[in-house]
Design a protein around this ligand. Structure first.
Ligand SMILES: NC(=O)c1ccc[n+]([C@@H]2O[C@H](COP(=O)([O-])OP(=O)(O)OC[C@H]3O[C@@H](n4cnc5c(N)ncnc54)[C@H](O)[C@@H]3O)[C@@H](O)[C@H]2O)c1
Ligand SMILES: [Zn+2]
Length: 396
């Protein structure tokens, strides 16, 4: 231990310093509960290959009815691999969608379910569902025994290409989205395309906004590909959906691995391009607008802003808006017109809320080029106003 300095007052300071290494696999597969599919087995057994692993399973209530034989198939899979996997007790069906993040009794119930199944720090919670449900089960799993192993099977496009492969979880509290949560890398993630078959069009589309986002800030070639394949993507053709999800997920993973700040200790959230307005629009519409739909609007807004601020060449804004519109997104929402007592647009409150979440200086990602994000520390409300008016003209 390093003694940094002997203070004259008689105080002493010792520096404590260590690193913790995380690693987790992300699988892309089809039909994870086919008895011949090795992904789940391999994931659970990757630390202790010769053990029977105890697993508590949670399923999103949007997924359960869409896949009525899911529990049966899971049980059969576990029976087939009985030397390695034990599903403890029945599968627990939990509310899907934003409701699970609002209702704290849900988290309490998940904690009770983990407790009654005697899940310890070397057994597993396995969550099968959309981003909201994964956030809530992930949060409960991160605080139970100070963190039990958590395996995610994301079942929406957004959860497979963004939220499910990341290191965060959260629930909402005191009217603020994602106020309570932890940074807790999963033990493993398995993206199974079969779960997307029954997904409603709205949720298939939502996750594409995150692909457009990450392409715009990191990968011009990916954006050009989305532009070329926009028709097939709008029809959700699997031969384009699969590569889109995988490339988007890998770009998110790369940012976490190589971005230098996996637990967001600085003031920047580089992957949150378009998100300051998106988060506010979600809450102003009481989550009628889904996350991905709000992100599409936020992207169009901040791309137009980038042009007006002289960062991005004129015309690129129309190009981005065209892609989003052709994917099926509506780039206007009447919540833009909600105003506070001082007649100021309420969406602008999103800037302060965005800053408050991280602390430090306001840091917003804009575009310096298609494929290249740039951070700024000041946003001009007049230019935001002009950008909002531009969005309105697009839908008129
Ligand atoms: N932790 C993170 O880093 C992170 C990042 C981005 C977003 N998020 C969060 O993710 C949430 C949004 O997630 P989402 O877009 O996946 O939506 P969602 O989880 O709200 O799910 C949308 C709806 O689809 C249903 N559903 C899920 N899978 C289905 C399937 N395969 N078939 C039929 N129905 C299905 C759900 O029950 C729900 O009703 C938001 O709460 C957002 O804040 C978290
Ligand atoms: Zn997002």
């Amino acid at each position: 231990m390093l003694e940094v300095q002997a203070a004259t007052s008689g105080s002493r300071e010792y520096e404590q310093s260590f690193e913790v290494r995380y690693d987790y696999p992300v699988y892309f597969t089809r039909d994870v509960f086919d008895p011949h599919n090795p992904c789940l087995m391999t994931a659970l057994a990757r630390r202790e290959p010769d053990k029977r692993h105890r697993v508590a399973v949670f399923v999103d209530d949007g997924v359960a009815p869409a896949y009525p034989t899911l529990e049966e198939r899971m049980v059969r899979y576990a029976e087939r691999h009985a030397g390695s996997i034990q599903i403890v007790d029945r599968v627990v069906v939990v509310p899907g969608g934003e409701a699970i993040k609002h209702r704290h009794d849900c988290v309490e119930q998940i904690l009770k379910d983990l407790s009654s199944r005697h899940i310890d720090r070397q057994s597993y919670s396995l969550a099968i569902g959309g981003g909201a449900m994964l956030d809530a089960v992930g949060f409960a799993s991160a605080i139970f025994h100070r963190g039990v192993r958590h395996v995610r099977l994301p079942t929406t496009v957004l959860a497979q290409d963004d939220s499910g492969v990341g290191v965060k979880n959260a629930i909402n509290a005191f009217g603020v989205k994602n106020l309570l949560g932890t940074f807790a890398p999963p033990f493993a993630v398995i993206n199974d395309t079969a779960f997307l078959d029954a997904l409603p069009a709205r949720d298939k589309r939502g996750g594409m906004a995150e692909a457009v986002k990450v392409a715009l800030i990191r990968d011009a070639e990916f954006f050009a590909w989305i532009e070329r394949e926009v028709g097939a993507l709008a029809r959700f053709e699997p031969n384009v959906m699969d590569p889109m999800i995988s490339r988007c997920a890998r770009l998110h993973m790369r940012q976490i691995m190589h971005g230098g700040d996996p637990f967001e200790q600085g003031s920047a959230r580089p992957l949150d391009f378009g998100h300051w307005a998106a988060h506010k629009l979600e809450s102003l519409t009481r989550h009628e607008l889904r996350h991905g739909e709000a992100v599409a609007i936020g992207i169009a807004l901040d791309t137009r802003y980038s042009v007006l601020a002289g960062l991005l060449p004129p015309g690129e804004d129309t190009r981005v808006a065209n892609v989003l519109t052709r994917l099926g997104f509506v780039l206007w929402n009447d919540a833009f017109d909600f105003r506070n007592d001082r007649r100021r647009r309420r969406v602008l409150e999103g800037l302060a809320e965005f800053q408050e979440h991280l602390g430090g200086e306001l840091t917003i990602t804009l575009l310096a080029a298609i494929g290249r994000g740039v951070e700024v520390h000041h946003i001009d409300p007049d230019l935001v106003e002009q950008s909002i008016r531009w969005l309105r003209t697009l839908t008129k």
